[in-house]
Design a protein around this ligand. Structure first.
Ligand code: SAH
Length: 342
């Protein structure tokens, strides 16, 4: 019989196994504690367990790990982690320190099927979905490496490689495990999506309290479809309608992400039309000046134009932030992740 990876199991399943082994229930708690809070990467590391039990248990079970193969640190202290999975596929995660915060940006797929024109990950194409444990394990492996530096991740964003809502079952399972096993508050997790409408409607039921970010990037269908082919399937009208009906707690806001591309979607007219489109949606807007990569056809607008765009939105009452580019020198910024695929 093949050994079972304990990280593939829910808390209920772990409790079931401990019962089956006729062990006291505190053993299940210990197991979860060692995997998800002390980041044990093998059963042998669970020193709270008698050696004999560890050995017996290891005959049927093991703790799986995605393998960290490279870490790069950028001049602005952003860190990019390259992981190799069991089938030799590769993904990246990015750690972004900002004042009191330490945000981990995780991947949900190997590659991405969406082919947004401005995004480097889209160039790889779709390779496969990540399993729930592979999504959570990016957090575990990086948290483990941070222990000795006495640092802790404070926020998680699903803004790495892939479209989380096209891997809905595994993504929602991972969100559940962050809450149930890692005990990481869903309020400190943001899921970013282009807006896969049927999944978007399901999301608040499956993952209540998780924050939502929408990669909008354009305020009319012609430009959006040109930039993001998925817009043909889920046009703006439907997306906006879904956002208007999206259940939010008082004071909660949807983050609207808008990549600014010179001469494409950065005009004053584009800004005014964005204001109109977002009317009556409780939101804040993140402007992301385009991060260039080799071979891309787009450019970042001049600073003055970015600021003008922001001012128009502010004048209409929106909260607008310009997302500072992080980790550009190591290709760790938004839309620059490709995990060494050529
Ligand atoms: N597929 C999801 C999750 C990835 S988030 C989504 O699209 O929301 C990645 C974010 O980076 C998206 O908001 C995307 O619009 C933005 N992005 C992609 N390529 C970029 C680039 N070259 N420069 C700046 N932002 C980019």
């Amino acid at each position: 019989m093949d050994k079972i990876n304990l990280k593939k199991l829910s808390s209920k399943e772990i409790e079931g196994i401990i019962k089956e082994w006729q062990l006291p229930s505190f053993r299940a708690k210990q197991l979860i504690h060692w995997i998800y809070h002390r980041f044990a990467s093998s059963i042998q590391e669970i020193t709270e367990w008698p050696k004999s039990l560890r050995e017996e248990f290891s005959k049927n079970y093991f703790i799986g790990n995605i393998k960290l193969i490279e870490k790069k640190v950028s001049a602005d202290k952003t860190e990019k982690y390259l992981f190799e999975l069991k089938d030799s596929e590769r993904i990246e995660s990015v750690l972004i320190p900002d004042k009191q915060r330490l945000t981990l940006c995780i991947s949900s797929q190997v590659g991405c099927p969406l082919k947004c024109k401005f995004c480097l990950t889209g160039k790889i194409g779709f390779i496969r979905n990540l399993e729930a444990w592979e999504i959570v394990d990016q957090f575990i492996q990086i948290s483990k490496s941070l222990i000795k530096e006495n640092r802790r991740i404070t926020n998680i964003v699903f803004m790495g490689m892939g479209e989380p809502l096209l891997n809905f079952e595994n993504t929602t399972e991972a969100l559940w495990r962050f809450k149930d096993l890692v005990e990481f508050s869903p309020r400190r997790i943001t899921l970013s999506t282009v807006g896969i409408i049927p999944a978007l409607k399901e999301l608040p039921k499956r993952a209540p309290n998780v924050k939502l970010a929408i990669s909008l990037n354009a305020s009319d269908d012609t430009i959006r479809t040109y930039l993001m082919p998925i817009n043909k399937q889920y046009p703006l009208y439907e997306l906006i309608k879904t956002l208007k009906n999206y259940p939010l707690k008082p004071r909660q806001r949807i983050t609207i992400e808008y990549v600014l591309l010179k001469g494409v979607n950065d005009s004053e007219e584009n800004a005014y039309s964005l204001c109109k489109l977002l009317k009556n949606i409780p939101c804040k807007i993140n402007l992301i000046p385009f991060n260039p990569w080799q071979g891309c056809e787009f450019e970042r607008p001049e600073e003055s134009r970015i600021v003008k765009f922001q001012q128009i939105l502010i004048s209409k009452g929106y909260s607008v932030f310009i997302r500072k580019s992080k980790g550009e020198d190591i290709l760790a910024a938004c839309g620059q992740l490709k995990a060494m695929y050529n």
